[in-house]
Design a protein around this ligand. Structure first.
Ligand SMILES: Cc1cc2nc3c(=O)[nH]c(=O)nc-3n(C[C@H](O)[C@H](O)[C@H](O)COP(=O)(O)OP(=O)(O)OC[C@H]3O[C@@H](n4cnc5c(N)ncnc54)[C@H](O)[C@@H]3O)c2cc1C
Length: 290
């Protein structure tokens, strides 16, 4: 089913749990780590021809995988799709590049505009698709073009007026993002690095350490803090089996060894219902459910 150029890249029944922050969920029926855009195009085209759905896994910080896993092809972008290159006030970043590395490279080049995102885990592709950000300052406002592969395997490039970013959403859900072009502001390395470090210090105080199995359960609503909503609904320390809201870091769920995707979903639904009853605000889940 996969053509000879890419067949050796494809593994079957690859466990996905170790690749995700929650470390929950079943395997991918097919899994590949393409190193080039050409390999990515070929894999997606072959999958389309075989009627196989394709998903891209970035840093796995915003996905919840069900126990049955993914009955399709999961791609993790490597090689040339992790490159980072500065050109005047632009940063060209591969979709698989680490977001933290992209922010650091921009800071070292004295380019401002991404430094407030320091500390958000994951990849450039994941951040742009999820339009990740801090309150209303999201990554999408700095994106000038996105290149990738459409679901039928054809290459595509969207420029500014074809891109749509809204709060934690984009119109990029149906493509594999292989490269992102950011338009940034000229500053100095010292100034951007200083701002990046202060953003990082603030974030470290508000989010759990990297070795804990956590996820941000909800999109933080614009009208009030998630902390206030959880308190209003009496849900700040709610739990479901082996999944609990973190009392220390409001809005984050923490899971332990025996946790299941169903417990995570049940807790998210219960909290959303309680918050809506108490406040009338409809919380939207942040996690992408696979
Ligand atoms: C401790 C912690 C703190 C967080 N803080 C914040 C925060 O402050 N602000 C915020 O907005 N979010 C935050 N998040 C959520 C999450 O980190 C972000 O949404 C992040 O940008 C997701 O990137 P990722 O690479 O991990 O994506 P993944 O979780 O791997 O994927 C998320 C979605 O993006 C898609 N995707 C990933 N890469 C690509 C690609 N190359 N092409 C096409 N689709 C792709 C996936 O298919 C999936 O649908 C936090 C999460 C954690 C665990």
């Amino acid at each position: 089913m996969f053509s000879s150029q890419v067949a050796e890249l494809v593994r079957e029944n690859e466990p996905l749990a170790p690749r995700c922050w929650l470390r929950i969920g079943g395997p991918a029926r097919y899994f590949a780590e393409p190193e080039s855009e050409e390999q990515t195009r070929q894999l997606v085209a072959d999958a389309a021809a075989g009627g196989i759905t394709v998903r891209v896994l970035g840093g796995g910080s915003n996905v919840l995988i069900r126990p049955e896993g993914v009955d399709g092809l999961v791609l993790e972008l490597g090689g040339e799709m992790t490159r980072l290159q500065v050109d005047k006030c632009s940063l060209l970043a591969g979709g698989g590049a680490d977001l933290g590395d992209a922010i650091t490279v921009a800071a070292q080049a004295g380019l401002a505009g991404l430094e407030h995102l320091a500390g958000i885990p994951g990849t450039v592709g994941g951040a742009v698709v999820c339009n990740s950000g801090v309150t209303n300052e999201d990554i999408g406002s700095r994106v000038s073009a996105v290149s990738g592969v459409k679901q039928d395997g054809t290459p595509c490039r969207l420029v500014r007026d074809q891109l749509q970013f809204s709060y934690r959403r984009s119109n990029l859900d149906d493509m594999v993002v292989t490269e992102v072009e950011f338009e940034l502001d000229a500053s100095t390395p010292a100034e951007v690095t200083r701002r990046m470090q202060s953003a990082w210090i603030v974030r470290k105080a508000h989010q759990p350490p990297q070795n804990v199995r956590v996820a941000q359960a909800f999109i933080e609503p614009s009208e009030c803090s998630i902390e206030d909503l959880l308190d209003a609904a009496g849900m700040r320390t709610a739990s479901e089996g082996d999944v609990a809201m973190s009392p220390q870091y409001p809005g984050f769920i923490v899971v332990n060894e025996q946790a299941t995707a169903d417990q995570v979903l049940a807790l998210i639904r219960r909290i959303a219902r309680a918050v809506e009853v108490q406040t009338g605000i409809q919380l939207q889940p942040q996690l992408r459910i696979w």
